[in-house]
Design a protein. Structure first.
Length: 412
């Protein structure tokens, strides 16, 4: 799925509209606590500026629910971006309207402008399905998109974190720019290369690690990956749904009762296509869901008033052993309640095992979300091949879903 990137178009003297993912975490005082999403956009931003173009950047931040809320303003992002670029970033007080149009028209080559939070307007998040059924919603979304689309001469999508959504800025805006270049940024190019190309042409042995709370969130991923991987390692709370399907007692562990039968079916289907689904052989259990709660390790059944909170030491060894000889690894979802000590040990053990396998030549892809947080938190980001910038997006990509925005970006 090779798409043209910003490197394939001439930006000299052009105004380039770029959709970024600047949905950064802020503290109570509005200070950015992690600027990774800004720094990862810099290669594409600098390429446009070095090529003689000017930039109009747009993004969402948080969930302001379609109305202006200064708590979700992108002003701190404009300030941080100015520091990183060493030049003033023009900050627009809105993303549409006469003032925005005037500021955009006044941009000179090498200038950068950041629009205010797209989600201050409810039109940004109107779903296409709803718009198709309601002419008024369709008009509102189209009118909003047209105002943004007319600001620039080219469209660059570099927001993988929202690539699975049909937000106006992701899909309707570039649709309104069909007579202008529409390409990906370098971040999107990297995501497609790792999450798409690597998975489709993976070197074997290929091991997938899946964790997190819900089996229901991962069914599509399991169904897609079981035909590509040799082994799927299951951890996190979703493992207890599989354990119940095997007939084990799981105490008060999280379980999706509606998906117990499906879990059993998935194990059988995987066997039929030559994929091994491995479940934990031991579990760390606690009676309370809090840091440093009394805990113990059990094998097999979990007593009634105990709940599983992490994979046990034997499982950590088993999973690490399976990863040792892997040539391709995909990981999405933590192995336990990794935000509470000491129930982060399983997730950390897996992270170290993935890093070790990578040092031995494996290609490793961390599929965003909590897995990415764990790897970054341990300082292992540079010890794996790729950490995805998208949580939900990377999950849907691993399911094999097609993203509408990619369909309208130009092919190489």
């Amino acid at each position: 799925m090779a798409k043209k990137t910003v490197a394939d178009i001439n930006v000299q003297g052009k105004k380039v509209l770029m959709r970024c993912d600047f949905n950064v975490p802020l503290d109570d005082n509005g200070n950015i606590t992690n600027d990774a999403r800004i720094t990862k956009a810099l290669p594409t931003i600098k390429h446009v500026l070095d090529g003689g173009g000017s930039l109009i950047l747009m993004s969402h931040l948080g969930r302001p629910k379609g109305e202006r809320n200064d708590k979700f303003s992108l002003a701190p992002v404009a300030k941080r971006l100015s520091e990183l670029l060493g030049k003033d970033v023009v900050f627009a007080g809105d993303c549409i309207g006469e003032e925005v149009e005037q500021k955009a028209a006044g941009l000179k080559d090498g200038d950068v402008m950041l629009l205010e939070n797209l989600r201050f307007h409810k039109e940004e998040t109107i779903k296409d399905k709803a718009a198709k059924e309601d002419a008024e919603l369709r008009k509102a979304k189209d009118d909003f998109a047209k105002q943004i689309a007319k600001l620039a001469d080219a469209y660059v999508c570099d927001a993988f974190g929202t690539a699975h959504r049909d937000n106006a800025s992701m899909y309707t805006v570039p649709c309104m720019m069909e007579d202008k270049p529409r390409v990906s940024g370098f971040l999107i190019e990297k995501e497609i290369k790792f999450l798409g190309d690597t998975v489709e042409a993976a070197e074997k042995p290929f091991v997938a690690i899946l964790g997190g709370a819900k089996v229901s969130d991962k069914i599509g991923v399991i169904e897609n990956l079981m035909r590509k991987v040799d082994t799927i390692l299951i951890g996190g709370a979703m493992a207890y749904t599989f354990a119940k399907a095997k007939g084990n007692k799981i105490g008060k562990s999280l379980c999706e009762d509606d998906f117990v039968e499906k879990a059993s079916t998935l194990v059988e289907e995987a066997k039929e296509v030559g994929c091994d689904i491995l479940l934990p052989v031991d579990t760390v259990v606690a009676q309370e869901f809090k840091a440093h709660a009394e805990n113990k390790v059990v094998e097999g059944d979990i007593e009634d008033d105990w709940e599983g909170v992490d994979i046990g030491p034997k499982t950590q060894e088993l999973f690490a052993d399976k990863l040792k000889n892997a040539k391709t690894i995909v990981w999405n979802g933590p192995m336990g309640v990794f935000e509470l000590e000491p129930f982060d040990k399983g997730t950390k053990a897996v992270a170290r095992a993935v890093a070790d396998a990578t040092s031995q030549g494996a290609r490793s892809i961390i599929g965003g979300g909590d897995s990415a947080s764990a790897v970054i938190g341990m300082g292992l980001e540079d010890k794996v091949s790729h950490v995805s910038t998208g949580g939900g997006a990377s999950l849907e990509f691993l399911e094999g879903k097609k993203f509408k925005v990619f369909s309208i970006l130009e092919d190489k």
